[in-house]
Design a protein around this ligand. Structure first.
Ligand code: URA
Length: 245
């Protein structure tokens, strides 16, 4: 048995709070009867309608993908480029999953996909502070002073101070004149890592997301994916709930 507002939120009707408003407004019917009680519980077989239209109570699925470069992380692309949805098996594609947040066309690595709107909202809201770790191969030698500057925060998008959660120097390759940095962010502005490195006067040559909270790419080849385990989904939901309170 699940609370009505949770069922609506899970079916991507609206956020949980908006779903409560929809219920209170008398727009929801359970088995043909209007229900305005917020705690009302429904089971799998109850027919729930919003504005007289039955909602689809699809099963939720969650995947961890190792995205290759050369794919957009949207469900369709106006330029006709390949999307991460093209990497899914037919039966998974039919479950109408979409990416949780974005990775650039030229960025590889860990991308979550789901058809659970509430999960997506929780994971992508900066207030929940989900850590995302990137490995950035940067052109040139990034001197210590610039790494310290990066740790303190740099201005991107004209007036936004982007402060990383952590920055680690992994390798200085003098021979090829490049630097490998690990950068952990809790927010996800468009092209944030690339812009932060540009603010230092360098350029990212290669970018890979290697960690999403406690999840890594271990055991998942580039271009493939695996379902998240139930305990992993619960843990991610739990992290997001804890941070909120
Ligand atoms: N930062 C970027 O610059 N690109 C990404 O894809 C993700 C983070």
């Amino acid at each position: 048995m699940e609370r009505l507002q949770k069922v609506l939120a899970q079916s991507n009707i609206a956020s949980r709070r908006k779903s409560e408003e929809i219920i209170l407004a008398g727009r929801v019917k359970v088995n043909g009867h209007v229900v305005t009680e917020l705690g009302f519980k429904v089971n799998k077989d109850d027919v729930v309608e919003v504005d007289d239209k039955p909602i689809s109570r699809a099963e939720h699925v969650y995947f961890l993908m190792n995205k290759p470069t050369g794919y957009v992380s949207t469900t369709s692309d106006e330029k006709g480029r390949q999307t991460v949805i093209d990497l899914l098996d037919d039966n998974h594609r039919a479950m109408r999953v979409y990416p949780v947040g974005r990775l650039d066309y030229d960025t590889a690595g860990l991308l979550l996909l789901t058809n659970d709107g509430e999960f997506t909202n929780k994971m992508t809201h900066p207030e929940h502070e989900v850590e995302k770790e990137y490995l950035a191969r940067v052109d040139g030698i990034v001197i210590r002073k610039k790494i310290q500057q990066l740790r303190k925060g740099v201005i991107i998008d004209e007036d936004y101070l982007a402060i990383p959660k952590a920055v680690r120097l992994i390798e200085l390759d003098k021979e090829h004149q490049s630097t490998l940095l690990s950068i952990t962010l809790i927010e996800g502005r468009n092209k944030q890592v690339r812009k932060m490195i540009e603010a230092l006067g360098h350029e990212v040559k290669k970018l890979t997301r290697v960690r999403y909270s406690f999840l890594t790419l271990e055991g998942v080849e580039r271009g493939s994916y695996r379902p998240l385990k139930i305990h992993e989904v619960k843990k991610l939901y739990g992290l997001a709930t804890q941070k909120k309170s």
